[in-house]
Design a protein around this ligand. Structure first.
Ligand code: ATP
Ligand code: MG
Length: 368
């Protein structure tokens, strides 16, 4: 059997980027041989194994054929007679279709190295169209390598447009789509992901709500430039949508709870935060209650950071409202519940007394 390094590890080494995980390809081996060498199968019907010691992924060389709609509609053919070149043909991009053997010899039948040098994301073969997820993968690589000057080849963009027009993107499961979107959001220039999806008409298939809000990308760009976490980036992206659309997007993609919550709260409360300095104490209190700032202070802080990114995205020099609201949150949180409890208050009466103390604290804060 022959073992090759493939995919991202080869590509990123040639680009001089850090290699995080290595994908290995095994040519000329049977499933039984892999078992005998102590490799553990990843799934029941997928020819991928984990190395007994390193835990890295070793995939048997395979060919793929599309046999139906969606991702389930794939037939794999893994056998010792599948060649290196055959396996590389089924890969998405030329820069991902290179292999390296133990001696360090590069195998590059689709000229991935030339495309790397010319900074081009180009599909390997027309079979690209068989898995619609590749549209998202290309957009994600465009977002990742945008700082290096990469762009999508015109003929690849055309193929991506055909995939969008075929309706096949609708067949992607929420899990597969979100996984790509999530990874794209964490890339260096996530706005490029959405621009590429827009350019190939995939946005109207996957996230039609976003089409009406191209300005949202400026806030997302700022959030990425500041290295902010996923849920803050997601909130920046969705903030212009009406709450019903924010809910619909999150439900459709089955996004994590933290993303759902912050996106919805940001969409609902951004306009209020913009007016923070003019708000009466009662409205400030309502805003803080809505975020449950007493038990979830970080969530309110995440909201304020999102607001700051949105302001930066709109070209504003700063967002004084954020500092003001931080102060308001601190004032309301400083109200001590202990004396009220010691005074014998419980239940609803305690809740009301606490609320009124906080209101006083905010009134005092406003006077300062
Ligand atoms: P990353 O740095 O994100 O891990 P990668 O290129 O290694 O990038 P993986 O998802 O780890 O991406 O996949 C490894 C390789 O498998 C890819 O380089 C590509 O050759 C191939 N591959 C993965 N998913 C697909 C797909 N949906 N269609 C075609 N080829 C794919
Ligand atoms: Mg990889």
């Amino acid at each position: 059997m022959h073992i090759y390094k493939v995919g991202g590890a080869v590509r990123d080494r040639l680009l001089g980027r850090p290699v995080s995980d290595i994908d290995w390809l095994v040519v000329g081996a049977t499933v039984e041989e892999m078992h005998a060498k102590g490799y553990r199968p990843v799934g029941a019907d997928f020819p991928v194994f984990l190395h007994p010691k390193t835990g890295e992924e070793y995939a048997l060389a395979r060919t793929e054929r599309k046999s139906g709609r969606g991702y389930g509609g794939f037939t794999f053919h893994a056998s010792p007679d599948v060649t290196l070149e055959e396996d590389l043909t089924r890969r998405d991009l030329t820069i991902n279709a290179m292999a390296e053997d133990e001696a360090g010899t590069l195998y590059d039948p689709y000229h991935g190295q030339t495309d790397l040098e010319n900074r081009i994301l180009r599909h390997v073969s027309p079979a690209f169209a068989e898995d619609p997820l590749r549209v998202l993968r290309v957009a994600r690589f465009a977002a990742r390598y945008a700082p290096l000057g990469f762009r999508v080849a015109e003929e690849t963009l055309e193929l991506m447009r055909q995939i969008s027009a075929s309706g096949e993107l609708q067949a992607l499961t929420a899990e597969r789509s979100w996984k790509e979107i999530e990874r794209a959001l964490m890339e260096a220039q996530p706005q490029v992901f959405f621009q590429v999806l827009g350019a190939c008409n995939a946005l109207q298939e996957l996230l039609p709500e976003l089409q009406a809000a191209p300005q949202a990308l400026a806030a997302l760009e700022q959030a990425a430039a500041h290295g902010l976490p996923l849920h803050v980036r997601w909130a920046c992206l969705l903030r212009l949508l009406p709450p019903a659309s924010i809910k619909a997007v999150n439900q459709r993609l089955k996004t994590p709870r933290e993303c759902q919550e912050l996106a919805l709260l940001t969409g609902e409360c951004l306009a209020l935060a913009d007016k923070a300095l003019e708000l009466p104490a009662s409205a400030l209190l309502e805003l803080l209650q809505k975020f449950d700032v007493y038990r979830r202070p970080q969530r309110f802080e995440d909201f304020l950071i999102a607001c700051e990114m949105i302001a930066l995205g709109e070209g504003k020099a700063g967002y004084p409202q954020a500092g003001y609201l931080r102060g308001a949150a601190a004032a309301a949180r400083a109200v001590d519940v202990k004396p009220l409890v010691q005074g014998g208050l419980t239940g609803q009466a305690l809740g009301e007394a606490l609320k009124s103390e906080r209101l006083h604290a905010l009134e005092a804060y406003k006077l300062n």
